[in-house]
Design a protein. Structure first.
Length: 180
């Protein structure tokens, strides 16, 4: 894709909001969020794309600063992990979550503390559900978090919701670009 076209797409992505995004509940003990979009593609292609986060996850929301370092093994026990390159080789790695349920072309469930939640006494379950929709599939991300967050759950829930919503919009964009 040409740079100007890519810049326009990314600008539009930044302004677009998921078809459905919200913090569904919040308390001192945790929070839950839900984001969903319709994707004009088939379930098999979308599931395969989900399993390739290096293609759609934002580099801005990675530890290494490069989404190319992200991998996801879509099987029970699989890792949503990131390699941390360093001078002369590897500087380490990060487990963002591990897969606890995998139903190809339908659902992927991960358990872990995403992003800043890793430095807190919290963890969560991220469900990614693919269901038939009018012009393709509806992809829904539900993230339920529990534990202790020093700044309070109410302060972090909207930020996590925003970041996951952005990732979901990027997934939609990449899937629909692949379809063209």
């Amino acid at each position: 894709m040409r740079q100007a076209s890519k810049a326009i797409c990314l600008l539009a992505l930044g302004m677009a909001a998921p078809a459905h995004a919200r913090v569904t509940s919040v308390s001192d003990a945790g929070f839950s969020i839900e984001n969903s979009v319709e994707v004009a593609d088939d379930a098999r292609s979308v599931y395969a794309l989900i399993a390739t986060p290096a293609r759609w996850w934002s580099s801005q929301h990675s530890y290494s600063g490069d989404a190319a370092n992200l991998t996801l093994e879509p099987r029970a026990g699989g890792c949503f992990c990131e390699s941390l390159p360093g001078p002369g080789g590897s500087a380490g790695s990060v487990e963002h979550a591990h897969v606890v349920f995998a139903a190809p072309d339908r659902e992927l469930r991960l358990s872990g503390a995403l992003g800043p939640l890793q430095t807190e006494g919290a963890t969560g379950t991220l469900d990614i559900i693919i269901a038939p929709a009018k012009d393709g599939v509806r992809v829904t991300m539900r993230y339920v978090v529990g534990g202790y967050v020093r700044t309070g759950m109410a302060s972090i829930a909207p930020m996590v919701d925003k970041v996951l919503g952005e990732q979901l919009m990027q997934l939609k964009h990449v899937a629909e670009e692949d379809k063209r």
